[in-house]
Write a protein of this length. Structure first.
Lengths: 375, 75
């Protein structure tokens, strides 16, 4: 029996379509406990490859016969070895091409809506890490918000759509992933915008993203309006696109809210976070569709794989928007916070341009889940 | 640290550092120490977990530039 490679894109389709999959994850137990491929119809066992070197007989009996089996490891090598051993035992299995690294880097573009005058808005879902990026396209021009490190995916997508990238925004200085914004701007001549309050230490030139800034793409003037909404960071800025969509960055998610501590100032920023969520956003139209910069759990995905919900619904359903008592709110977002993202301080320095690790190191820095929210 | 044997696994990708470590260990006596040099970034966590599951003891580890060095005592 031959061993097949399954691409991250194929796994992504199974996750989005809720198709059955059985994963034999052969990474060590800690790595598996920290971060794995999530999906509504995925079953798992975790047996480290180094426990299978004498033979795979013991796991064969645990494998199902009624669904596809995928062997997963960090970078591919060990999963190929285990898949070949299973194949010799007559078990039909595939391995994940490129391992969890490829899974972490896969972006699934999902169209989230139409813009006036025939424009389109796409969400790039990074299933492996929970990052969400956006591209608005109108009449041959594009704007990108919160691009992840894989700049080529955005460049290629814009080219496929025949669009020139004009504006590249980051809602804030990210701490969980390396921004692709600067690289995309450099490759296209687009302007790269950052909130100045998050950019005090950056070592490159950028365009200031100030409250009230408006840019347009295409001749029908899709408006992109910046709304200062601090709290996750002191510079955090939201966008209202075409008066229909609200990109909230890491301030408001579907089932959680932003955490204020990743730049080290939770106690100072908790008040800002509350004001952004409970005052600034309250003034906006309920009909706006919230498009956050992350999802935390797979249940936040809609049936089409997008992550989006009306602001009015979030005011009703999101626990973090429904804490009347200010002290209780303060405690929730400053005490008992989840662990910080892997290498978050080096990621911030990279996004400031202070350090420039090579690509392989950047990949390693991004290993693991994002942890930008409190629930 | 004094080692009874040295395994150079530099430049090898997972799973080879563990496969080779295991092979060397099989030929050693209980209580002897194997020094392992590796460059694979996943090697550390895996060696720690492997040593634990096999009853061996990770005595020490060092990181020097790109090279990780581990000393494991056979259990």
């Amino acid at each position: 029996m031959t061993v097949k490679a399954m691409k991250a894109s194929e796994v992504a389709k199974k996750v989005v379509n809720n198709q059955p999959l059985f994963i034999l994850d052969v990474r060590n137990g800690d790595a598996f406990a920290d971060w794995k491929i999530e999906g509504g119809n995925i079953q798992y066992i975790n047996t480290p490859y180094f426990d299978l070197l004498d033979g795979v007989e013991e796991v064969v009996s645990e494998l199902p016969t009624d669904r596809d089996i995928l062997v997963v490891c960090a970078k591919e090598g060990s999963s190929v070895m285990v898949a070949e051993m299973l194949s010799e035992e007559g078990v039909d299995v595939a391995y994940l091409e490129g391992g969890m690294k490829a899974w972490s880097e896969h972006l699934e573009p999902v169209k989230v809506g139409e813009l006036q005058g025939g424009g389109e808005l796409y969400q790039f879902v990074r299933l492996g890490k929970g990052c969400l990026s956006y591209m608005a396209i109108s009449e041959g021009e594009a704007a990108i918000i919160d691009a992840t490190r894989m700049a080529n995916i955005f460049l290629d997508f814009a080219q496929e759509k025949g669009a020139t990238i004009k504006h590249v925004f980051d809602t804030h200085l990210h701490a969980d992933h390396i921004s692709g914004g600067r690289a995309i701007a450099a490759a296209t001549g687009a302007s790269y915008y950052l909130p100045p309050k998050d950019a005090e230490e950056v070592v490159f030139d950028y365009t200031a993203l100030e409250n009230g800034l408006e840019v347009a793409i295409g001749s029908s003037k899709i408006e992109i309006e910046a709304l200062y909404s601090p709290g996750h960071t002191i510079g955090s800025t939201s966008f209202i696109v075409d008066q229909q969509y609200l990109m909230t960055g890491d301030i408001l998610f579907i089932d959680s809210i932003g955490r204020p501590d990743l730049a080290g100032l939770a106690d100072d920023w908790v008040g800002d976070l509350r004001e952004s969520l409970y005052t600034r956003y309250q003034k906006l139209a309920d009909e706006l569709i919230v498009l956050p910069a992350h999802f935390m759990i797979i249940e936040e995905l809609n049936e089409d794989g997008s992550v989006a919900k009306k602001l009015g619904d979030l005011f009703k359903e999101n626990h973090g928007l429904n804490i009347a008592d200010e002290q209780e709110f303060r405690d929730m977002v400053t005490l008992n916070l989840p662990p910080q993202p892997n290498a978050y301080q080096d990621i911030r320095k990279t996004n400031m341009g202070k350090i420039t690790p090579d690509e392989e190191v950047q990949r390693e820095m991004e290993i693991g889940p994002n942890r930008c929210a409190v629930r | 640290m004094n080692a009874d044997k040295v395994l150079d696994a530099k430049g090898l990708a997972c799973p080879m550092p563990i496969v080779k470590t295991r092979k060397e260990m099989k030929e050693m006596e209980s209580g002897q120490v194997l020094e392992i040099l590796a460059t694979d970034t996943g090697a550390k966590a895996d060696l720690v977990a492997w040593a634990k599951s096999g009853g061996h003891e990770l005595l020490d580890s060092q990181e020097n530039g790109d090279v990780f060095t581990f000393w494991i005592k056979k259990g």
